[in-house]
Design a protein around this ligand. Structure first.
Ligand code: FAD
Length: 475
């Protein structure tokens, strides 16, 4: 009797405990990718950028499974119904999967396990997506952590994360016909216009691409991560986030690779790096305990916040035409590459929420649709953090000045010049505040303000004052 292995966002062979356990049984293995996001109750459909990634990642997984003797079956629909049908067709008596931690995923998989066990079949789930089980870490009072530092202290005080398990060398194939969807019929790739056409310059979806990103990071960037991670004009971070979101690599693999004695860590850059991975854990800890994290204010006093709805301003933000170069560079990087540097994510989110007073949920949704790493926990938790409505939130009076942030973190303007090329000939001195440049400077840089590049859609000082007033009414 065969064993069924369910794939969802764990599109890898290495450190895939469900697949490894299946290979150890000596039974034929049927790997099935289940696309249940459209059908499971309250699941949020994947955004466009993640659909693009999913298409390529499934293509890659199909090939890797073929190389070890198995055929990936693609199915769309309710997990329960798909599993029932496959069991009756193949007489499988065992179903294995790696755990999900989004609320709908937990609900579906809990019901699935109960039903399989009731029928006397074997059902088992494994870790892999997170280093810690979100229900396992408790505060002294028995609750969950709302503040990162004590959470991380508790995590580090616990056992060392387990070692990764190897990829199975060979799988025993299932001999028999099982229907599979054709990936092309899922139409995951954008059609016209193909807004993802440049994504391939930055990304190689799939397990190999993930391994390469980790190796490049550890070799070239780890030693200077602590200093460079805040500079968007440098390739200073790992760019592992979309690979993690699709489970092409696990935090266990990252954790242990970063501790390998062969890696040089001159200035504790890797402690900082692992701590960032810890923020991902913390975000899931919050999501697990607040299933509506992307919808409901964590801090209820924000329910009465007076957001302003302005299609014009929201559109200027989305298209990178706010007149603040660092904000515009970030929003254009997002659109062109499906990713944005963390420092700039904070700046653009703060700008939307505080300068434009647009509801953080609008920004969260836009990121959900456009980020290749869109993550139910990190995205919602980070937006709430910037808004001040979240757990361990940034203080309400911290209103990033987009001019000073640009000058501090992109001092030579590499980042702005890459993504806002119409400003490339402007001297550094004016790059983050083009409207202050004298006419002669603008002329010689070939810029006509409001035509080639917009003037600021809100004035910083006035917007800051308005935000502080709005926040003080909420508190
Ligand atoms: P690195 O600096 O190399 O960090 C390594 C890994 O640690 C990342 O891949 C990521 O998994 C994790 N990590 C790093 N910083 C954070 C953080 N602040 N919070 C949670 N995890 C972190 N990250 C997502 O993965 N998906 C999202 O949808 C997402 N939305 C965000 C929205 C906003 C408004 C903000 C401010 C941040 C958001 N982040 C999100 C967190 C962070 O910006 C990205 O994880 C990071 O930029 C990914 O780049 P990297 O892999 O090169 O990071």
């Amino acid at each position: 009797k065969p064993v069924i292995v369910l794939f969802r966002h764990d599109l890898r062979l290495a450190d895939n405990r469900a697949l490894y356990a299946a290979s150890q049984t000596g039974k034929p293995v049927i790997p099935v990718f289940v696309r249940d996001e459209e059908t499971a109750v309250s699941t949020r459909p994947l955004g466009g950028a993640r659909q693009w990634w999913l298409h390529h990642s499934l293509t890659s997984l199909t090939r890797s499974l073929e190389a070890i003797g198995a055929k990936l079956i693609l199915r769309q629909g309710r997990t329960q119904a798909i599993v029932d049908e496959l069991i009756s067709q193949t007489k499988a008596d065992m179903v294995l999967w790696n755990r999900r931690y989004d609320p709908a995923g937990i609900e579906t998989d809990t019901a699935l396990k109960a039903r399989l066990l009731e029928r006397g079949l074997r059902a088992e789930s494994f870790d892999g997506h997170l280093l810690h089980e979100p229900y396992s870490l408790k505060t002294g009072a028995g609750g969950y952590y709302r503040v990162f530092t004590p959470f991380w202290r508790a995590f580090l005080g616990g056992p060392e994360p387990r070692d990764p398990v190897p990829a199975p060398a060979k799988l025993k194939p299932w001999i028999g016909e099982i229907a599979s969807a054709d990936l092309r019929d899922w139409r995951l790739l954008p059609e016209k216009p193909d807004w993802a056409k440049a994504f391939h310059h930055d990304w190689t979806p799939g397990e190999e691409g993930a391994k390469q990103k980790l190796a490049d990071f550890l070799e070239d960037r780890a030693a200077s991560y602590k200093n460079d991670r805040d500079l968007p004009g440098r390739e200073g971070t790992s760019r592992l986030s979309p690979h993690l979101a699709h489970g092409e690599i696990t935090p266990f693999q990252i954790w242990h690779a970063s501790k390998s004695p062969a890696i040089k860590d001159q200035n504790a850059g890797l402690d900082t790096f692992r701590k960032e991975v810890g923020w991902r854990e913390f975000s899931y800890h919050l999501l697990f305990n607040n299933p509506k994290l992307h919808e409901d204010n964590f801090n209820e006093s924000f329910d009465s916040f007076e957001w302003i709805s302005s299609a014009r301003n929201f559109n200027a933000w989305k298209t990178g035409r706010t007149g603040y170069p660092i904000v515009d560079a970030g929003m254009r990087q997002l659109w062109q590459t499906g990713w944005m540097h963390n420092r700039v994510r904070m700046i653009v989110a703060s700008f939307l929420i505080k300068h434009l007073l647009i509801d953080w949920r609008e920004g969260e949704k836009w990121f959900w649709d456009t980020l290749v790493d869109a993550d139910p926990a990190s995205n919602a938790a980070s937006w709430q953090w910037v808004a001040g409505s979240g757990a361990d939130a940034s203080p309400y009076f911290r209103i990033f000045n987009p001019i000073l942030q640009g000058e501090k973190f992109d001092p030579k303007g590499n980042y702005v010049r890459q993504f806002v090329p119409e400003l490339k000939d402007l001297p550094d001195k004016y790059l983050h505040r083009p409207w202050t440049a004298p006419a002669v400077v603008l002329n010689s840089a070939n810029i006509e303000l409001d035509k080639d590049y917009p003037g600021p859609i809100v004035e910083h000082g006035a917007a800051r004052k308005r935000a502080l007033e709005a926040y003080s009414r909420t508190r």
